[in-house]
Design a protein. Sequence first.
Length: 167
Amino acid sequence: MKGKYFSNTVFTVSAVFILICVIFGSIAPKAFSNVATYLFGLTTDYFGWFYLLSVFIIIVFLLVLAISKYGKIRLGGKDAQPEFKFHTWIALLFAGGLGIGLVFWGVAESMSHYFKTPFNDVQAQTTDAARLAMGYAFFHWGISQWSVFAIIGLVMAYMQFNKKEIC
């Protein structure tokens, strides 16, 4: 697909980066694990607050957008009609957005956090660990997750259906 919205440079840089990571992980899995663990710790220790703040700002922005005049903009143009009825659409969102993730991660994430808590001051396999594990699952599979999906989907849908731009 060639055009002004497609850049082979973006694809090439991404593919090369992924290939380097795969080769590095295949040749030196222990070193790759150490680097990945370090980078994960670095991002969570120093930028965890930024992630939480960003999600909060996205939620507030979407709520303000929904009640403002921009919330009245119909995706697809003024005369567009929905392809699905409202309840069918909600069911599709739930099944697509949560179906695969919740089936696996809904249980696995909670169990993982119960047996090895993300906080050093909470002992694993305790009532506190169970509460923390469920709280994390609700956070990761609740409105915070949906808001991040929604902001990206809204921009893509608006550009695709209203502006007729390829995303």
